[in-house]
Design a protein around this ligand. Structure first.
Ligand SMILES: Cc1cc2nc3c(=O)[nH]c(=O)nc-3n(C[C@H](O)[C@H](O)[C@H](O)COP(=O)(O)OP(=O)(O)OC[C@H]3O[C@@H](n4cnc5c(N)ncnc54)[C@H](O)[C@@H]3O)c2cc1C
Length: 322
């Protein structure tokens, strides 16, 4: 269950081994935190995972396996650190590894991975049950189950089965991600994103989506995504969306000048479980005698690639492999 990249990877691995799988997804779409907001007039914002930076051969091969016109584009501009909104020189070593993004949004990867899979949308799994050796998911019996959701959600679901694994409920930070669109071109800079390395400034990350890769905005328009630091996300969580947009825009205005403090398109995305701060121990993936395996990014860093690997690993463990 869970049609994020991890659940999709698990279902694909099972399908490739000839084992039928059904993916139960609470929302109405695939991707989970690999979410792209596509808004008028042709603006594309990655409001979850911003970039794909393959470090393992498997994930790089996955991207390569896509049809040439659907492959993600390499991001040529850099990520620069900022200190109090002052951009500092980018570190060439930190910017050396290739980074990619899909022209029409990174969610495209999830949409591709979902091809041919059996999906149930609007199907939240609130609890699990057992009938003999079978696991009941929303009342349907299955031989086994992969929980491809953030660790704290997995821990709650396991508890409904009476299973306990070493998972911490406070292991994820939350994040407010704010999409901002403007009827003017984004500044043409050597960097596409600013990052506060200390995460002391509320603007933890700012991405010029329309300078990241092509196809993100029509000419004369800019698409930006601000991710607030863990501290600001927590402090501002209770504010209404308009106030979050207004406060975030003040910083963008300080960076780029007049006009940048009043976006004409804006939307706030609230990630309760944004990225894990602590990796869960691998023994939590599959308990002895259990037929419920855990996937998701809880077992590594909060990155698409690790979530994809975790999904494949959970499926292989259930199939009896390593
Ligand atoms: C703001 C932000 C920025 C990020 N930036 C990057 C980046 O630049 N690069 C990078 O590699 N990674 C980044 N990440 C992390 C990356 O997005 C995640 O690590 C990865 O997408 C996690 O995939 P997943 O399948 O493990 O979980 P998810 O994507 O969370 O998928 C879980 C799915 O399960 C569904 N679900 C939840 N509960 C239930 C339930 N009870 N029943 C049924 N379905 C349920 C959810 O709706 C969701 O679709 C970022 C994440 C965020 C939030």
């Amino acid at each position: 269950m869970g049609a994020g990249v991890s659940g999709l990877a698990a279902a694909r691995e099972l399908a490739e081994a000839g084992v039928g799988a059904v993916l139960f997804e609470a929302s109405g779409q695939v991707g989970g935190r690999l979410l792209s907001w596509r808004a008028e007039p042709g603006l594309v914002f990655d409001v979850g995972a911003t970039l794909l930076a393959p470090v393992g051969e498997g994930f790089a091969a996955l991207l390569e396996s896509l049809p040439a016109d659907e492959r993600p584009e390499r991001i040529r501009r850099w990520i620069a650190p900022h200190q109090g909104l002052r951009a500092l020189p980018a570190d060439p070593a930190r910017n050396a590894a290739p980074r990619f993004a899909f022209r029409d949004g990174n969610q495209r990867l999830a949409e591709r991975l979902a091809d041919g899979l059996e999906l149930r949308f609007g199907a939240p799994v609130e609890w699990l049950d057992k009938a003999g050796r079978e696991i009941l998911v929303r009342g349907e019996p299955f031989d086994a189950c992969v929980l491809a959701v953030p660790g704290p959600i997995a821990a709650d679901l396991l508890a409904t089965l009476g299973e306990r694994r070493p998972l911490r409920r406070d292991s994820y930070r939350s994040c407010l991600s704010v999409a901002l669109g403007y009827p003017m071109d984004a500044p043409d800079l050597p960097w596409f994103a600013l990052l506060d390395p200390d995460q002391t400034h509320p603007l933890g990350w700012l991405s010029l989506e329309s300078r990241k890769v092509s196809g993100r905005a029509p000419s004369g328009w800019a698409a930006l995504v601000a991710q607030l630091s863990a501290r600001a996300s927590s402090d501002w969580w209770g504010l209404d969306d308009d106030t979050v947009v207004q406060r975030t825009s003040v910083f963008v205005g300080r960076l780029f000048g007049r006009g940048w403090d009043s976006p004409s398109v804006a939307r706030v995305f609230r990630w309760t479980h944004s990225q894990p701060e602590l990796a869960a121990p691998t023994e939590a993936i599959l308990g002895p005698e259990s037929r419920v395996a855990l996937a998701g990014d809880a077992f590594g860093k909060g990155r698409v690639e690790y979530a994809w690997e975790a999904g494949r690993r959970a499926a292989r463990l259930l199939l009896g492999g390593g």
